[in-house]
Design a protein around this ligand. Structure first.
Ligand code: FDA
Length: 363
């Protein structure tokens, strides 16, 4: 008999399994994919670590999360400084003085503030996402850098999207292209999979095993179940389907040393169907003579079967809460991770949440 059956070998499940093993608990991890690591999985091709499920940049202001992850890998000094390409015009992101100077041919923060505040004041009433975005950054930035990208992301026009999707749009009046404000940032040298391998060292893992397809049989094997999969799937969608947005990643090998000169380029015009191109070699400054790029196409969850971004609107949250009530009736069941909690979590928050659960439940 196992103490814990852990469903999912992503970061959440793996951190918990590691902590449980350290305290002497016997764990079994089941994973429906053919590899460990969940969405942070990376693999090597021609000396380049490929981020299979989209760009993963570790960034945190939490000393605890940073110290924890550094036990399992050495991090480089990668700083995320993405570029936006709008109809061949190149802008720096996040919106900062480099962006404004390129957009309006100005030099000082005062000039930028004047232009933005004039454009912001044109919106008198906020009825949709378009109004919201213009009221935060003005129409020039909205038209060139937000509109097309957001419409591709959500598959709907900005004037039909609710304003709540964008709560803040950080605007920096400094010449600073560092996307994140966090104290720590980097990429693990050698990729993320080694972190999961080390976390799961000495723990039994069964790959290609979908818990939901053998629920009864697998549940009998352990005293407790930590479930990190989608909550509606656990209950066989008995109350209905939760909705997500997904992405299709198209990986290409390019016979060039340097394709776009930076890890991330956002394509912000609507006419280009993908939202971003990731060039993987820049994460770790690989000197490979070839390169790999991934084009990211936002798609409906039904197309890929991969639930990436929960759609936390009213209807979905009501459904999720019904499933959560149902989960409370199952005494063996513990929920954790981004899927079971129907939320988006960055990696640092995932580690902290898993450590918190470990502290509370493993004596
Ligand atoms: P994750 O989804 O990783 O793991 C769950 C695992 O459970 C999966 O392996 C799945 O196959 C398995 N599973 C599900 N159902 C199962 C079943 N029925 N039976 C068996 N196994 C089952 N964060 C960050 O800090 N910086 C970044 O740059 C990014 N970038 C980013 C890009 C994209 C496109 C996404 C979607 C997400 C990010 N993230 C991120 C977030 C990051 O991916 C996230 O924090 C972790 O992957 C969460 O780990 P979990 O273990 O919760 O879920």
């Amino acid at each position: 008999m196992y103490d814990y059956l852990i469903v999912g070998s992503g970061l959440f499940g793996s951190v918990f399994a590691h902590e449980a093993k350290k305290k002497g608990y016997k764990c079994l991890v089941v994973e429906k994919r053919n590899h460990i690591g969940g969405n942070i999985y990376t693999y090597e091709k021609d000396g380049i670590n490929i981020h299979k499920y989209g760009a993963h940049i570790f960034h945190t202001s939490s000393q605890e999360a940073w110290d924890y992850i550094n036990q399992f890998a050495s991090f480089n000094n990668f700083i995320n400084s993405p570029i936006a390409n709008y109809k061949e015009e190149i802008y720096n992101l996040p919106f900062n003085m480099n962006t404004f100077s390129r957009m309006w041919n100005i030099k000082t923060p005062k000039e930028a503030q004047e232009i933005i505040s004039k454009q912001r004041s044109e919106i008198k009433e906020i009825n949709n996402l378009e109004d919201q975005a213009i009221s935060l950054v003005g129409h020039d930035i909205y038209e060139k850098l937000i509109k097309g990208y957001t419409e591709k992301q959500w598959g709907r026009s900005c004037s039909e999207l609710p304003p709540e999707i964008i709560k803040r749009l950080p605007v920096r009046y400094t010449y600073d292209n560092n996307y994140f404000n966090d104290r720590y940032q980097g990429i693990p040298i050698g990729g993320y999979t080694q972190i999961i391998e080390k976390l799961l060292d000495g723990i039994e893992v069964r790959l290609n095993t979908d818990f939901c397809k053998a629920k009864e049989e697998l549940s009998k094997l352990a005293k407790k179940i930590l479930y990190t999969g989608a909550l509606d799937a656990y209950f066989d969608y008995s109350l209905g389907y939760l909705q997500y947005r997904s992405e299709r990643f198209e990986l290409e090998r390019v016979e060039e040393e340097n394709y776009q000169g930076v890890a991330v380029v956002n394509y912000t015009e609507r006419e280009i169907p993908y939202t971003r191109i990731i060039e993987h070699k820049h994460f770790e400054k690989s000197s490979s003579p070839v390169t790999y790029i991934s084009k990211e196409y936002p798609v409906d969850y039904k197309e890929t079967g991969e639930p990436y971004y929960p759609i936390n609107d009213k209807a979905n949250m009501e459904l999720y809460n019904k499933y959560k009530e149902l989960a409370k009736t199952d005494e063996k069941l513990i929920l954790g991770g981004r899927l079971a909690l129907y939320s988006y979590f960055d990696m640092d928050k995932t580690i902290l949440a898993s450590l918190e659960l470990s502290k509370n439940s493993l004596k």
